[in-house]
Design a protein around this ligand. Structure first.
Ligand code: THU
Length: 519
């Protein structure tokens, strides 16, 4: 059964949330797109802040908000790359172990020879080149010989430029289709692009008849699964291109962020059951690549203003997810993308304001979308939905995570606890052992001591998880001393959640300590 009727998944293209641990391997050590934006005087994002962007680990500089309205986390990229295609594929459930190929020295002879054989035309240039410069430098020769101008860039692209009067558009598009079919495997570039132009030598100009031919995702994406299950998959912006139209039931083209936001608002007024997947490309294309931090920050502020008007349009069974696909730090020393975490904010009437920490892999988004819309989809990702909609499931997960800090060199038994207070805050704790054994502090009491010492006096529930070596195979009920401590601070209906892998069971304090000591 679906839990949500409509999911709006909005990708703020290139809005990275700080360098990934392996960023140095990509030449991106220290990159941080959001930090660069925050250093301008153009960033005004009250709605993103109210959802909790500043609560995401490491983003406190954006302004923390004690009681955010959304669920938040940041996600690391599992794929070996940092481009839009691979980023979007991963959030749709497909991990790429190899980056899409780039050709800094042009395409090898075997590619060019085969292309010439199939098209019956020669090739000019075959190097990375600026799109306007390439027609200025090779346009005349192209007009004279009829050879096609083939060039690439720092991205994984095979671009074909031709004069519209020399090579009719349909013919150019046919050559692109030929190239697309040919460029597979190690030559499987992200996009083949038709770049038609018009005009006279010295004043050639590109026409709006550009056309992109994307490489298909190598395996089933969540979009394919949604479509096969009869859900709608509405693409807004370049989503359709990134998935080579696969798994999409309706595509809405846009000219940039403003139109993308407008079309998304219009989609929110419509009846549909499925996913509205939006990409806002200006952040990357107009500001990230052009190293324009001020412009980028102003564009994000503009998105934030739009968001303020969009949030009230959401219905009870809608889920909004705002995220990114990679970084493009406008203040680093390159115009290229940057290998960064992506931020994630989820909001909806059924979504709890929980902090899901740092997640491994964008594919958690695919798993979450599939579960939200009630569609079976198998991928490497783990759905965040239970944690976002069920506070007990969230506390259970937090207790499991808290075992990681356990100091238990003597018993080897790691315990974690997560205590929810009346204030809405969650305090975690772990067991802290001692060579003299008796001074050992249990995980539950660590959590209580943290909370009480911060002034908390009202407690709602605690989750507990534990296991030998941190491997949790069964429940870990609280010891007698901890039950007595709970009876000091909690009512008999205080809930005690015993976490098992992917499951939990609930008890009350009255059940677990029927006859506690009191004076
Ligand atoms: N432990 C807890 O942290 N909580 C309990 O309620 C039971 C026991 C810890 C104490 C010790 O470090 C380890 O588990 C093995 O007894």
């Amino acid at each position: 059964m679906e839990k949500f009727k409509r999911v709006f998944l909005i990708v703020l293209d290139s809005l990275g949330a700080g360098a990934l641990p392996d960023a140095a391997e990509f030449g991106d050590e220290g990159a941080h797109t959001l930090l660069s934006l925050s250093l301008t005087d153009q960033l005004f994002i009250p709605h993103l802040r109210s959802l909790g962007i500043g609560s995401i680990e490491g983003l406190g500089f954006l302004g923390t908000n004690e009681f955010p309205k959304g669920a938040v986390c940041k996600l690391s990229e599992e794929s070996n790359g940092k481009d839009s295609t691979i980023g979007h594929w991963e959030m749709a459930g497909v991990i790429s172990s190899n980056p899409l190929p780039t050709f800094p020295d042009g395409f090898p002879d075997e590619v060019i020879n085969e292309f010439c054989r199939l098209t019956g035309r020669g090739v000019l240039c075959n190097k990375p080149y600026s799109g306007t410069q390439v027609i200025a430098d090779y346009g005349e020769e192209h007009m004279r010989t009829g050879d096609l101008i083939v060039y690439t860039s720092a991205d994984s692209v095979f671009q074909i430029a031709a004069h519209e009067e020399m090579v009719p558009l349909n013919e150019l598009y046919g050559y692109c289709e030929t190239a697309r079919k040919m460029l597979v495997g190690k030559y499987g570039v992200g996009r083949v692009i038709a770049r038609p132009f018009v005009g006279q030598p010295g004043s050639f100009t590109r026409t709006p008849h550009r056309h992109d031919y994307s490489v298909e995702p190598p395996s089933e994406t969540v979009l394919d699964a949604l479509k096969a299950a009869g859900r709608e998959v509405i693409s807004v912006g370049k989503i359709r291109d990134l998935f080579a139209s696969r798994g999409i039931t309706e595509a809405i083209a846009t000219s940039g962020n403003d139109e993308g936001m407008e079309k998304t608002s219009q989609a929110a007024e419509r009846e549909f059951c499925g996913l509205c997947f939006v990409n806002l490309v200006d952040f990357d294309m107009l500001y990230g690549h052009r190293q324009d931090a001020e412009g980028y920050a102003a564009a994000l502020s503009r998105f934030d203003r739009w968001l303020g008007a969009f949030l009230p349009k959401l219905r009870d069974d809608d889920l909004l997810i705002i995220t990114a696909d990679h970084g493009c730090d406008p203040s680093d020393d390159s115009t290229d993308h940057t290998r960064e975490y992506i931020p994630l904010l989820a909001y909806g009437k059924k979504i709890l304001p929980v902090n899901l920490g740092i997640r491994q892999g964008f594919a958690d988004i695919a798993a979450t979308v599939a579960e939200a819309l009630g569609v079976e989809y198998d991928c490497a990702g783990k759905s965040m939905l239970a944690e976002m909609t069920d506070i007990r499931a969230h506390l259970a997960e937090r207790a499991v995570s808290a075992t990681a800090h356990s100091y238990s060199p003597y018993s080897g038994f790691k315990v974690g606890a997560a205590l929810l207070c009346g204030s809405g805050r969650i305090y975690t704790g772990c067991n802290v052992e001692n060579a003299a054994y008796s001074p050992t502090i249990c995980a539950e009491r660590t959590a209580f001591a943290k909370a009480v010492s911060e002034g908390e006096r009202e407690f709602k529930m605690i989750a507990i998880a534990g296991g030998n070596g941190g491997i949790i195979t069964g429940i870990c009920p609280p010891c007698g001393v901890c039950r007595q401590v709970m009876s000091e601070f909690c009512q008999p209906d205080f809930e005690i959640i015993l976490a098992k892998p992917e499951e939990y069971e609930c008890h009350t304090l009255a059940e677990l300590l029927p006859c506690g000591f009191s004076i």
